[in-house]
Design a protein. Structure first.
Length: 298
């Protein structure tokens, strides 16, 4: 049986019916009605249980119980306290609950075939592009134009012309040299690491190196410039016994200062090639390494 969480109450009828009750009897009567509705229309005549809800002595409840039964407000049936108005209201409320449950179950069972049909239709729509793609190579192509007999004979006698290779123009032609310069910067970074750290260098470029080097390339940094910057910085790191950097962005600050000063001691401005830097810069690198080792000992 369902449980009632709300019931109708007619205030005029309640005031008129409780006119003859005392304050004590009215309070007990209202609590008993709520217990009856809460228990589905029938409240077990357990005097201690009811007295506990009323927060009174059992003897007080016995006196109020007898008074309410005499006034026909309550009646006892098979050990259960009932109220005639509550009987009708509970039956009506439970009937509404059962009707709502039945309607929900009927709607669910009715919607099942429709849901299955919709699922099949959606699957068919989803499979349609794959089917069309599989069948496309076997479909004959419609001729765009019609030709006369003379044109066909003339075409058959002419030597076939080689078909020009279709080339798609680059999406941004100006970016190709920048990209090549960025790749050269990454190679210069790795070459400087190999010279400074040997086998301890990083094994592969970092995922963000390309974006960093593209930005440097747009600023005008050349591989020669980066080789000089990387060699001087890596010499200090190697002398201090630290691990080699794992990404080009480690030199971002050095590149910024270098570009801001505008000095290209080992860059394109001096006209020296990248392969000459390691030879001419050995003394400078060794001097920096010795200074770093001296600072660490002190």
């Amino acid at each position: 049986m369902g449980r009632i969480r709300w019931y109708k109450r007619d205030p005029d009828a309640a005031l008129a019916g409780m006119m003859i009750l005392t304050l004590e009897e009215r309070g007990a009567y209202n609590t008993i009605l709520d217990l009856i509705y809460s228990h589905g229309g029938e409240l077990c005549d357990d005097q201690r249980f009811i007295a506990g809800w009323l927060r009174c002595d059992v003897r007080v409840w016995k006196r109020i119980r007898a008074r309410l039964i005499d006034l026909k407000k309550l009646y006892l049936q098979d050990g259960v306290l009932r109220n005639s108005r509550a009987d009708a209201e509970v039956d009506e409320a439970l009937s509404r609950v059962l009707s709502a449950r039945h309607a929900a179950r009927t709607k669910w069972h009715t919607s099942q075939p429709i849901s299955e049909a919709v699922s099949k239709e959606n699957k068919a729509v989803a499979d349609a592009p794959a089917y069309a793609s599989a069948m496309r190579p076997h479909m004959p192509r419609a001729r765009a134009t019609t030709t006369t007999r003379e044109e066909e004979v003339q075409r058959s006698t002419e030597s076939p012309q080689p078909r020009a290779k279709e080339t798609n123009p680059p999406r941004c032609a100006a970016e190709d040299p920048i990209r090549q310069a960025a790749l050269g910067l990454i190679q210069a970074f790795d070459a400087a690491q190999k010279e400074a750290f040997g086998d301890q260098r990083r094994q592969q470029p970092n995922g963000g190196d390309l974006n960093t080097c593209l930005r440097w390339a747009r600023q005008g940094l050349s591989p020669d410039d980066l080789t000089f910057l990387a060699a001087t910085n890596f010499a200090k790191i190697a002398a201090q016994g630290r691990s080699p950097p794992t990404c080009c962005k480690y030199l971002d600050g050095a590149v910024h200062d270098f570009m801001a000063d505008g000095e290209r001691s080992y860059g394109n401005g001096s006209g020296k090639a990248a392969e000459d830097i390691s030879d001419e810069g050995k003394d400078e690198i060794e001097r920096m390494r010795a200074e770093a080792m001296g600072d660490e000992e002190r």
